[in-house]
Design a binder for this molecule. Structure first.
Ligand code: NAD
Length: 478
């Protein structure tokens, strides 16, 4: 018997949760259910995170959370409960299987069967954003070695467990050499530990095009957060319906399971919603808690029900479907098929699908870190980089000199192009002269001089070499 936390959510949430629980309990799931309230009601009662402190206690105590979709009210500074839950509970891995159910669910990709493993905590989702000048805002993209190691290892271990043959990595490291570069490097390092699994890397743009065009080329795909967010919806959609896919959010301690779709408020209370997405999430949950035989029984009954042509409105098609049913009737049909297996679609076998045991991240020995310069970011409304450069040379000392100025990453001094469009946000790089050593004190002095001369410094970024390797980007055109 496993105790799980359940949230029935908003919109169609309560109906699809009821259907899902009915099916898995009828299949013999050994569950004790503790229900919590999250979502719209909690938000509207004035809690901007959509969840009360006592509900967190329940989730953290039980460690396994089955969640129906919720409605995030528009405006009012309401924080996404999904993002908060993933981050607070360290649910670093988002797993989304996307499989075609041809010929029972219409799709242009009849043989597609892939799994997207999306990093779930980092990247642009760290949510660190600032306005720095009248014209420029920024969002920090944070990628960490532990983040990369954990998700990439998860992808390979998952592939091994599921008997999948290949893991593909998507990044944009031709442009983001530090952040996506780290993700790609870690992928190559970890791939070497799994010689029996094929590995490959695609630049995300052509990778995404291939995924949309020939998804049958892929098996497991691992990627940073933002790309994974976008492409997992694309992958689910091209199987025929986003309403059919479930997702698992896995951490070292806790896990959350859900449908990938939202609360579809316009369909609420009408007994029409398809419970399949949440049921798929629940099947992943049963595998996670080791109730693999029940998970297998439910999945095969679900496949058989789809094969029988018993379909909810979203996948109903004249000539293919035999009966259009509501949420409750669909659940009853799956229950009636428990113990049966599909005959055209491939039945599943989950004998080895229990939770993966992954090693804890081990921090490496600290590198030799040397300060090699500083980027001083300046808010300056002028247009001529040469003019800014002459103002900045007044900040130079015996040890540090102005090395270059870029605007939105493009080098505009020395020897810029007059055609380059410039905003009011300038990155001014200072580097030590040959033989001189730079310290934090040098940066403080630079800032003090800038302040005394009325130059509006908005931030500094230190330029480091780690173990002798330059660890910052050059200016475009440098
Ligand atoms: P949605 O996924 O709720 O709906 C998109 C479309 O798909 C609608 O036409 C809907 O009727 C249909 N649909 C979705 N699920 C279905 C199902 N199970 N059966 C049949 N049809 C289904 O997306 P949306 O309309 O953009 O968002 C509605 C609300 O859901 C918003 O408040 C949003 O914040 C929230 N949302 C929540 C989650 C979550 O809790 N995980 C995820 C996405 C969106």
């Amino acid at each position: 018997m496993t105790t799980i936390t359940v949230a029935k959510g908003d919109g169609i949430g309560p109906e699809i949760m009821e259907a899902t629980l009915e099916v898995i309990l009828a299949a013999g799931a050994q569950l004790r259910i503790e229900e919590i309230e999250v979502g719209e009601k909690v938000y509207l009662a004035g809690n901007t995170s959509g969840i009360a402190a006592s509900a967190w206690d329940t989730i953290r105590r039980n460690k396994v959370f089955l969640k129906a979709p919720i409605t995030t009210p528009q405006g009012g500074g309401y924080k996404s409960l999904n993002v908060t839950t993933r981050k607070f509970l360290g649910l670093y891995s988002n797993v989304r299987p996307c499989r075609s159910l041809h010929p029972y669910v219409s799709t242009k990709h009849p043989v597609m069967d892939l799994v997207i493993v999306r990093e779930n905590e980092e990247d642009l989702y760290a949510g660190i954003e600032h306005q720095q000048t009248d014209e420029v805002v920024q969002c920090l993209k944070l990628i960490s070695r532990p983040g990369c190691e954990k998700i990439v290892r998860y992808a390979f271990e998952y592939a091994k467990q599921q008997g999948r043959r290949k893991v593909t990595c998507f990044t944009k490291d031709n442009i983001m050499k530090q952040t996506d570069g780290l993700f790609h490097r870690v992928f190559e390092e970890i791939a070497r530990e799994y010689p029996d699994i094929e590995n490959e890397h695609w630049i995300i743009d052509i990778g995404a095009a291939k995924l949309a065009d020939t998804p049958e080329l892929f098996d497991v795909i691992v990627m940073p957060n933002l790309y994974g967010d976008v492409l997992s919806d694309v992958a689910a959609q091209i199987t025929g319906s986003v309403g059919m896919a479930g997702s698992a959010n896995i951490g070292e301690e806790c896990a959350m399971f859900e449908a990938i779709h939202g609360s579809a408020p316009r369909r609420a209370g009408q007994n029409v919603a398809n419970p399949s997405g949440l049921l798929q999430g629940a099947i992943m949950m049963l595998n996670h808690i080791g109730q693999t035989a029940v998970a297998e029984k439910v999945q095969n009954a679900w496949l058989k029900t789809l094969e029988d042509g018993i379909h909810t409105y979203d996948i109903f098609k004249e000539g293919v479907s035999s009966r259009k049913v509501g949420t409750k009737e669909f659940a009853q049909a799956v229950i009636a098929n428990l113990g049966k297996r599909p005959s055209v679609l491939k039945p599943v076998s989950y004998a080895n699908s229990a939770a993966l045991e992954l090693p804890r991240y081990k921090r490496r020995q600290a590198a030799d870190k040397v300060l090699e310069g500083v980027d001083l970011f300046v808010h300056w409304p002028g247009l001529e980089a040469d003019e800014l450069a002459s103002a900045l040379t007044a900040l130079e000392t015996q040890e540090v000199k102005l090395n270059m100025i870029t605007n939105r990453g493009i080098k505009v001094w020395p020897e810029g192009f007059k055609e380059t469009f410039c905003t009011d946000h300038w990155r001014c790089r200072f580097k030590p002269v040959k033989g001189a050593r730079m310290t934090k004190q040098t940066i403080i002095e630079l800032l003090a001089k800038a302040e005394a001369r009325g130059i509006d410094s908005i931030k500094t970024e230190n330029l480091y070499a780690f173990n002798g390797e330059q660890a910052y980007s050059l200016g475009q055109g440098q």
